[in-house]
Design a protein around this ligand. Structure first.
Ligand code: XMP
Length: 400
């Protein structure tokens, strides 16, 4: 294959964008992720202020992110003007009451395009530019999951439905090539080198029902996890939130308890196992499926949480999932107060090259402990913090 040259790509695309957009007004929505940011900067280079750049504040971005992204991109060296459009109420209303991951994704996408359609009309834009990349299309066509920005491949006609035609300059590129283009265009490193952040934002990290206080809590926990784990450079790392509610699965609990005691060589009376009421996404034979989330806490003699070697925990999860095919996630307690508060937080950190498979990162216990302590300080409605020790497969990277 010919070596990818970002300069050639940028020059060619700039000319093409000038031709396809011409003197019309176009709209682009920027999330601060590498794809949409690169797409906006590239298109702005081609058509200047005919491009209207907006940040849809949909309530699912990270804490303080809309303002931060707007400030950074509007300033030199990029000087791409950004407007923040507040659509938080619209999104929170639309996502209310949904529990199923795929339904949430679909509703998010509908609401996103409705909001974009309203913004495009208000701004007099009949073109939407978006940063779809090759993997988004491949995953949607392959039935892995509905990427929220893929329309035509899903049989949706954007002109009829939303009143704009879609231009997608990054479609031929893989993620790494997008990063090369971003660097070439002078996009700040905090965007070009950033870990992936899914299009539907934190909605795919809230397991089960989305509620405003739950969303605020996962935002606070995300800020702590991103800050504390950065030093270990996992490929992707974040927080997820689940309701602190259990399912009644007596025989599964006993079975898992025995496995934990055997593999970690600890007395079974010190092992506490719970199966959460809500289930989460995993992958099996290339297909997404829902599975149980198992939470394990092992106490030491003096009532503290036992910090087993992460490698042993990885072997343990494998054993548990092989013996219990319904399980998709194994959570191991970093800190558990045992109190009945509304939520528990999971820390997820993985190493991966292509995001199709991923290994659990071996984060030192010192970091996990400090992270859990800070999460609990910032989130008084959280009763436990777990480390997700499940690789992909059988889990997905995100936890929906
Ligand atoms: P999963 O959870 O499927 O995630 O193992 C694999 C990678 O894809 C990212 N991801 C998304 N990226 N739009 C995106 O732009 C999405 O809808 C989306 N869903 C998952 C995820 O963060 C991980 O890097």
């Amino acid at each position: 294959m010919e070596k990818f040259d970002p300069e050639n790509f940028v020059e060619g695309k700039t000319e093409e964008l000038k031709r396809t957009i011409g003197d019309e007004r176009a709209l682009v929505a920027v999330s601060g992720g590498v794809d949409s940011t690169t797409c906006a900067v590239l298109t702005h280079r081609a058509v200047g202020d005919n491009l209207v750049c907006v940040i849809l504040d949909d309530a699912f971005m990270r804490e303080g992110e809309p303002q931060h992204v707007a400030d950074t991109l509007s300033k030199p060296p990029l000087k791409v003007p950004m407007k923040i459009v507040d659509v938080r109420e619209q999104f929170l209303g639309a996502m209310k009451g949904l529990r199923d991951a795929e339904e949430k994704r679909k509703r998010f996408r509908e609401t996103f395009y409705q909001a974009l359609s309203q913004t495009a009309k208000a701004e007099g834009c009949r073109i939407l530019v978006q940063g779809t990349i090759r993997a988004d299309i491949e995953e949607t066509l392959g039935g892995v999951k509905t990427q929220h920005n893929v329309l035509e491949q899903m049989g949706i006609n954007p002109v009829e439905r939303f009143g704009f035609r879609v231009v997608e300059p990054l479609v031929p590129l893989y993620k790494e090539q997008v990063r090369l283009v971003a660097r070439f265009l002078g996009v700040p490193r905090e965007f070009s080198e950033r870990q992936p952040f899914p299009g539907p934002g934190l909605s795919v990290r809230v397991v089960g029902e989305i509620r405003p206080d739950k969303l605020e809590t996962v935002k606070k926990a995300t800020a702590v996890v991103e800050h504390e784990l950065l030093q270990h450079k996992p490929s992707q790392y974040f927080a997820v939130i689940i309701d602190n509610e259990e399912a009644l699965r007596r025989s599964m609990v006993i079975h898992v308890q025995e496995t934990v005691a055997r593999v970690l060589n600890v007395p079974s009376r010190n092992v506490h196992v719970r199966i959460f009421r809500d289930r989460a996404t995993g992958v099996k034979s290339g297909e997404r499926r829902y599975g149980e989330i198992v939470g394990i806490k092992v106490q030491t003699m003096n009532e503290a949480t036992h910090h087993a070697d992460i490698q042993n925990l990885i072997s343990l999860q494998k054993r548990i999932i092989t013996e219990n095919q319904m399980v998709a996630r194994v959570f191991y307690a970093v800190r558990d107060t045992g109190e009945k508060k509304p939520y528990v937080i999971g820390i997820r950190a993985v190493q991966t090259r292509n995001f199709l498979t991923a290994q659990t990162s071996r984060i030192p216990w010192k970091t996990l402990n400090r992270t859990a302590e800070k999460v609990m300080e910032k989130c008084p409605n959280v009763s436990a913090v777990y480390y997700d020790v499940t690789p992909k497969p059988p889990a997905t990277i995100e936890m929906e």
